[in-house]
Each structure stands twice: as structure tokens, then as C-alpha cells.
Design a protein around this ligand. Structure first.
Ligand SMILES: Nc1ncnc2c1ncn2[C@@H]1O[C@H](COP(=O)(O)OP(=O)(O)O)[C@@H](O)[C@H]1O
Ligand SMILES: [Mg+2]
Length: 327
């Protein structure tokens, strides 16, 4: 039997997948040079059914290209790729019934139509059974708080509202896999929280497998036990988020507002990295809880306010490379 036909526990399978773009660059008047961009350079991983995985990396790392191959929009230049046992680029239409995709930077909704009309069109396009469509729509409308927005043309929605509308659109046909490419980009804090809460429940209750690309480490922290880091088209890390912090030995920052200007605070297991009037920035190991540190500062100094800053992904990755090249 052809191994491709056996549906294993892994819903997503990549084995040495590559994508090379031929780019022509203008190098002078009427002169163009051809060169290759290896956007994805031999990536292998599997995602078991029901998992929610973070796929992170700096700009241009190859994240969107990977997702486009996983949907069948782009054909790999090499390697082997299967989603639910299907070769995406060869059977894109068949796969479309089983996957949902949201691109944060682009909407799949019809710009001039009220939101509900886009959903009605998808109902017909995907030939979703009536009862199933109604059930899924009702659930999305409730959980994504879309009731008041259904009759509003998409162009009039805020970014956060549109994103929620797009997520609903991706779920009307009950996909087994949901790809999200930067679903929280540009959203305000409240919209981000809504989107995260919804995704967490979706994964927990419906068992939908989720592959999530993001710039926001908080997305990953709140949603994904497993994270993959990609850079220059290669997989640099695949494991738990805590391990990534360790790999990067990254630090978080406690920002404290004091009652008055003071010399740099002296606190165990933290160091002052910046002072600006009564405000001081203290770096501490990312793997440690902030609570004991806050207690130590509060015990000794007149603190009026505080906040904790997470390391951003770029910083974590930069540190990971720095450590790698010196070791
Ligand atoms: N259609 C394309 N033609 C040529 N180069 C592309 C194309 N799409 C992406 N690239 C290049 O491939 C690399 C990876 O891009 P992308 O997957 O969009 O990265 P990311 O989503 O991680 O920011 C980048 O160098 C980008 O410029
Ligand atoms: Mg991208």
C-alpha cells in the first residue's frame, strides 16, 4: 500500500520541504540579474491531531511561505508535504474542505458586502450542510461577539472586528486544521485577548489542530505548549516555550516607578539596565517568576507602580544566535 494513503496520527507532515523563488533584480538600465531566494530551506516537522503549535521567527524567515505551501497556494520546490494525508498543491480543492486559513494582513471577506453576505457565499461555495452551517455560524457569532456586526459592510469594520469576522469565516465548514498567519497583528489589547480566548476554547473544545504564526510572544505563551522557531527558511528550534527561553537565556524586564529619583536599585537576581527619573528598568531571568522580585523591591524601596515586559521574539532569537556562534 502506498504510505501516503495511511492516515497516521500526524495531521501535518513536512519532510525536507523547500521553496525556492527565482527573483529578477534590476541591476542597471535594461539589466536584470536572476537570483534564487531560498524562502524555505529543508524543513521537517510533524504536528499531531489536536495540537496548537506556534510558528515564529523574524520577518522574512519563511513563515508565510510555509503556510502557503500547507494550503496548496504554493507548490514546494522540493521535499514531501502532507496535510490530513493530502498533498496540498496537487489536491488543493479537496484539502480546502478540511482546512481553514486566516491571513492577518489580508481579508478573505468581500470588502463591500455586509459580513453576513460573505458567510452566505461561503455556505454555498463550500457546500456546507444547512444545519451544520447554522450551528457553526451561531457559535462563532456568540463567541466572537459578531451579532452587532453582521449587517455592517466589511470595509467599515475595525481591524479587530474584521479579524474576528475572518476567523469565523475560516471555521464555518468545520476544518480539522486552522492556519493563522499573524492573527493578532495590529490589534488592540482587548481584541487580542478576545481572539486568544476564542482560539484557546476552540482548540480545547473542538480539538481543532492549530498552527499559529505570530510576532507576539504573549500569543504563544497563552496558547501554545510547543513552539517552532524558523529563520532563513530553517527550523532553529522545536520544543516547549520554556526551553526557548533557556536556549536564548533571555531576560524579562521589571519596570518600576518609584516615589522619587533614586540611585540604581540593588536587588538580588536582577540588575538595573536603565534609569529615567523615578523610573527604573530591572532585567531578570525570563524563566523566573516576577513575584519574589517584586516583593523584594517593594520591601526595600518606595514603589508606586510596576509592569513586567516580556522579551520580544526577535530579541530571544538574536540571543539564541549570539550564544550559538560563541559556543
Ligand atoms: N512570491 C515571492 N517571490 C519572491 N520572493 C518571495 C515571495 N514570497 C516570499 N518571498 C521571499 O521569501 C522569504 C520568506 O518570506 P515569507 O515567507 O513571507 O517570510 P515571513 O512570513 O516569515 O515574514 C523572504 O525573503 C521573501 O522576500
Ligand atoms: Mg509572513
Amino acid at each position: 500500500m502506498e504510505p501516503d494513503l495511511i492516515a497516521g496520527p500526524d495531521l501535518i507532515e513536512l519532510d525536507g520541504v523547500e521553496k525556492v523563488f527565482d527573483v529578477r533584480k534590476k541591476t542597471g538600465f535594461l539589466r536584470r540579474e536572476k537570483h534564487e531566494v531560498r524562502a524555505v530551506d529543508g524543513i521537517s516537522f510533524t504536528v499531531p491531531r489536536g495540537e496548537m503549535v506556534g510558528y515564529i521567527g523574524p520577518n522574512g524567515a519563511g513563515k508565510s511561505t510555509t503556510i502557503k505551501m500547507l494550503t496548496g497556494i504554493l507548490t514546494p520546490s522540493g521535499g514531501r508535504l502532507r496535510v490530513a494525508g493530502i498533498d496540498p498543491s496537487r489536491e488543493r480543492t479537496r484539502l480546502a474542505r478540511r482546512i481553514g486559513v486566516v491571513f492577518g494582513q489580508r481579508t478573505t471577506l468581500w470588502w463591500d458586502l455586509p459580513l453576513i453576505d460573505s458567510y452566505r457565499l461561503m455556505h454555498r461555495m463550500y457546500r456546507i450542510p444547512d444545519a451544520r452551517y447554522k450551528e457553526n455560524l451561531d457559535r462563532c457569532v456568540e463567541l466572537l461577539e459578531l451579532a452587532e456586526l453582521l449587517d455592517v459592510p466589511v470595509r467599515q469594520l475595525s481591524l479587530g472586528q474584521r479579524m474576528r469576522g475572518d476567523i469565523a469565516a475560516a471555521l464555518l465548514h468545520d476544518p480539522e486544521v486552522l492556519y493563522l498567519d499573524e492573527p493578532t497583528i495590529g490589534l488592540d489589547v482587548i481584541s487580542k485577548a478576545k481572539v486568544r480566548g476564542f482560539l484557546r476554547d476552540l482548540n480545547a473544545e473542538s480539538g481543532t489542530t492549530v498552527l499559529l504564526t505570530t510576532h507576539d510572544l504573549t500569543d504563544i505563551e497563552q496558547l501554545c505548549k510547543r513552539v517552532m522557531v524558523i529563520d532563513h527558511g530553517r527550523l532553529m528550534y522545536d520544543g516547549p516555550l520554556a526551553g526557548l527561553h533557556e536556549a536564548g537565556e533571555s531576560e524579562r524586564t521589571l519596570v518600576v516607578d518609584l516615589e522619587r529619583e533614586l540611585p540604581p536599585l540593588e536587588v538580588e537576581s536582577a540588575r538595573v539596565v536603565k534609569v529615567e527619573g523615578p523610573r527604573q528598568w530591572l532585567a531578570f531571568p525570563a524563566a523566573e517568576s516576577a513575584a519574589p522580585l517584586v516583593a523584594r523591591v517593594a520591601e526595600r524601596y518606595p514603589m508606586v507602580d510596576l509592569s513586567v515586559r516580556e522579551p520580544d521574539i526577535e530579541a530571544v532569537i538574536a540571543k539564541m544566535y549570539a550564544d550559538k556562534s560563541t559556543s
